[in-house]
Design a protein around this ligand. Structure first.
Ligand code: UT7
Length: 341
């Protein structure tokens, strides 16, 4: 009995903290102006309906998600003075792996000089980062790992049809890398509420290229290797689920809007972000928005927000992160920022 109490106390004292973050953004900027030369769209429509001004696109033969992820990882290792030999686990959130196997975790590690590790990819679409952060948290809290490299990376341009105006204006490419380490200072991942519902599978998916419909001339001709989205259906569920999960997260941790430094939502649509913020009763000055610069980078949106905020964040700042994506998958995480820059 005594031992049980001690081990519970110890477990609760160890939190998984983000101790460093860096990003890689491709140089090429795809503007609304350029998109309007490809499909029947306009800057006005995209800004009013979605809120995106431009997005980054990875150009160049032979460049993939792992190249962006490795660039972000190398920058992070240098910035934090971390030796690749000290990384014991590599977790990658992506739905655009370089290939079905080997995992992009193996490829990023190989390109970053990380050798003494194991790792794997997590597939949870736009919820990939929060699902992977929770996976990392479990490995840290259990004491199994001490220095985890978490990479959130997607080359969405690889699965976007630039002749379809419904989807081609939405997505961008990016990679963010972060270090996750144990902390006993009551900072890091404090609480998490993640959920999934496979009945949403027909609203947002990639029709072909998996074991259900392997690639063939017919699948290529039918454009089935590109994202399909029923935008209106996804929009409605996204607002409700993100708001409900975030309100529940705040309530069960006794947080009021005044206690928060930032609410950081997945960046899919400015109207979704605004609606969720309003339902949570959070002033727009505390809602992080950078969708105008990068579009929807899938697993990388929340990490890109954290990366941009890093210089201004203070140790102990309360952050609520919230996401919604294909699956459906969704959730909310309460994070206490772990360091001053
Ligand atoms: O990140 C994962 C989760 N994803 C999301 O959260 C995305 C959720 N959905 C959305 O953000 C929005 O539904 C979209 C941005 C995808 C679409 O916005 P919408 O206001 O729902 O537009 P809609 O699809 O209902 O289309 C309205 C009209 C249609 O024309 P008609 O049929 O009314 O004549 C579309 O053809 O807007 C048209 N349209 C466009 N017009 C100009 C659709 N895309 C475009 C475009 N430019 N790019």
């Amino acid at each position: 009995m005594v031992y049980t109490n001690i081990s519970l106390t110890m477990k609760n004292e160890i939190k998984a903290a983000i101790t460093g973050i860096d990003a890689y953004l491709p140089e090429y900027i795809l503007t609304n102006q350029e998109l309007s030369t490809l499909v029947d769209t306009s800057d006005e429509w995209i800004m009013q309906r979605v809120g995106i001004k431009e997005r980054r696109i990875l150009k160049g033969e032979g460049l993939a998600t792992s190249d962006m992820g490795a660039e972000a990882a190398k920058k992070l290792l240098k910035k934090t003075g971390t030796s690749p030999d000290d990384i014991d686990l590599v977790l990658v959130a992506t739905i655009t792996p370089d290939m079905a196997f080997p995992s992009t975790a193996c490829l990023i590690a190989e390109k970053s000089g990380i050798k003494n590790f194991w790792g794997f990819d997590v597939s949870a679409a736009c919820s990939g980062f929060l699902f992977t952060l929770q996976t990392a948290t479990s490995f840290i809290e259990s004491g199994q790992h001490k220095k985890i490299l978490l990479v959130a990376a997607d080359k969405m341009s690889a699965i976007t049809d630039y002749t379809n105006r419904n989807t081609c204006v939405l997505f961008g490419d990016a990679a963010v890398a972060m270090l996750i380490e144990p902390s006993t200072e009551n900072v890091g991942v404090m609480d998490s509420l993640l959920q999934a519902d496979g009945s949403g599978k027909d609203a947002l998916f990639l029709r072909a290229g998996g074991s259900l419909k392997p690639a063939s001339h017919a699948t290529v001709d039918a454009g089935e290797h590109y994202i399909y989205q029923d935008g209106k259906a996804v929009f409605k569920v996204a607002v409700t689920k993100m708001a409900d999960a975030s309100v529940a997260m705040m309530e069960r941790n006794n947080l009021s809007p005044d206690d928060l430094s930032w609410f950081i939502p997945h960046q899919a649509n400015l109207r979704i972000i605004d609606a969720v913020g309003k339902r949570m009763g959070i002033g727009s000055d505390k809602v992080m928005i950078n969708i105008q610069k990068y579009g929807n980078t899938t697993a990388a949106t929340i990490p890109l927000c954290l990366w941009e905020l890093e210089r201004t964040l203070k140790k102990g700042d309360n952050l609520i992160l919230s996401t919604f994506g294909g699956g459906f998958t969704w959730g909310s995480t309460f994070l206490k920022w772990a360091y001053n820059s």
